[in-house]
Design a protein around this ligand. Structure first.
Ligand SMILES: [Cu+2]
Length: 231
């Protein structure tokens, strides 16, 4: 278990030091095993975690946002563009809607029992309902979204961002979705599959030395480690 945590931490540092995953990076995105988005806004912070659902399509989404007001509905979505470095949530553009569901339906109404036919890919709140906070201003929510993926070009969440909205639809907080792999992509030629991870502690160590992981990447890695330990 401990070895697994370390491997994940090193891989996380390497991955986030490399680049945000784009839709076209299929070789990399096919090997993503977890994705995270840290969202920030004025007085608001939160994190979104995306994990595969064993035996099912889609991803399991776990959300924890602080700094909200109790008794208010906060919609949240995947937006098309990445958030720029200045944190401007408006620059993330519109909702991820690869199949043009909203433009095709004048009266858009996401029916979570028919998500591919009626919901924008990015309409997480359409599937799960809006975020609502407790008396401490904290909202937590976990749900399975049946249509989002890591590796499919049409349905991938990678290369996009998360936006949490106020009830009037103005943008309250946002952050980029970052994918994490267990292995350094640059060594992918000599490895296949995650089963390599167990026996790879030497390799992982040397990857870390040469990856030049930034402090931001290390922070992300520590966050992952904390999450892994919590499990
Ligand atoms: Cu939105």
């Amino acid at each position: 278990m401990f070895k697994n945590i370390i491997a994940l931490v090193f891989a996380a540092a390497t991955a986030s030091a490399s680049f945000y995953v784009r839709d076209t990076d299929t070789d990399f995105s096919m090997r993503v095993e977890q994705a995270m988005a840290n969202v920030t806004g004025t007085g608001v912070t939160g994190n979104f975690t995306f994990l595969p659902i064993p035996g099912q399509t889609g991803l399991r989404v776990s959300i924890n946002v602080s700094g909200l007001k109790q008794g208010i509905q906060y919609p949240f979505h995947i937006h098309v563009n990445l958030m720029p470095e200045n944190g401007n949530c408006t620059a993330t553009g519109g909702h991820l809607d690869t199949y043009g569901i909203k433009t095709a339906n004048a009266a858009y109404n996401c029916d979570k029992t028919k998500p591919l036919a009626t919901c924008e890919i990015g309409d997480l709140a359409g599937i799960a309902g809006n975020l609502t906070a407790n008396a401490n201003g904290q909202a937590t929510l976990t749900f399975n979204d049946p249509i989002i993926t890591f590796g499919n070009n049409k349905t991938t969440i990678l290369g996009h961002s998360i936006v949490v909205h106020n009830p009037d639809n103005t943008r309250l907080a946002c952050g980029n979705i970052i994918g994490f792999v267990r292995k350094n992509p640059s060594t992918s030629g000599s490895h296949t599959g995650s089963s390599q991870t167990e026996s790879d502690s030497d390799n992982t160590g040397s990857n870390t030395k040469s990856s030049g992981a930034s402090s931001a990447a290390m922070s992300a890695a520590l966050a992952i480690m904390a999450a892994a330990i919590a499990l």
